[in-house]
Design a protein around this ligand. Structure first.
Ligand code: IMP
Ligand code: MG
Length: 174
């Protein structure tokens, strides 16, 4: 567990949610007339997914996947596996991956290819946060909330040892 003086607000709730609303408006425009599936990568993407989806004024489908992640470590293991797969066929659908943060890019590089192989007619990424300086595999999100420095962050879905996902803002740990 962290003490309160180790947790510092980086992006407050209003700033974050105003940006998410903007992203939702843009997605609404871009996906008009398409068959949009918003695919949340659990658990980290859950708060962003629910907030973003409310701003998308289209009849969307929601899917949820669980991929292997960091466990309780601050560093990535390098391999990705599927712990919970899609429930429905995505053949011919326009899939928008909804992710909390892109770090090395390994997770989304793997997932993007997986979805194309499953027959998605398009795959794009909406990420709440991006840490481009950490990239190992090239991944380019179409929609980015905030680009941040190489800091470990928690809140709004992001965890440290499974805790702090429920913070309504983004904080960095120091
Ligand atoms: P990637 O495959 O390295 O891009 O890892 C992405 C995943 O690692 C994210 O979906 C997060 O779950 C986790 N992650 C990366 N950076 C952070 C962070 O600063 N705080 C919490 N989780 C993180
Ligand atoms: Mg994640």
């Amino acid at each position: 567990m962290l003490s309160n003086d180790q947790i510092h607000v980086m992006i407050d709730q209003k700033t974050l949610e105003d940006k998410i609303a903007e992203m939702g408006a843009k997605i609404t425009e871009d996906y008009a007339g398409k068959d949009l599936v918003m695919l949340c990568v659990l658990k980290g993407g859950v708060m962003f997914m629910t907030q973003l989806a409310k701003s998308v004024k289209l009849p969307v489908e929601m899917e949820f996947m669980v991929l292997s992640s960091y466990g309780n470590k601050l560093i990535s293991s390098g391999t990705v596996s599927i712990k919970k797969d899609l429930d429905n066929d995505i053949t011919g659908k326009d899939v928008l991956i909804v992710e909390d943060i892109i770090d090395t890019g390994r997770t989304l590089s793997f997932l993007s290819s997986y979805l194309i192989n499953k027959g998605a007619s398009s795959v794009a990424i909406a990420t709440m946060l991006d840490k481009p300086s950490r990239r190992v595999v090239p991944v380019q999100p179409t929609y980015t909330g905030f680009t941040i420095e190489d800091e470990f962050v928690v809140g709004y879905g992001l965890d440290y040892a499974q805790k702090y996902r429920n913070l309504p803002y983004i904080a960095y740990i120091k």
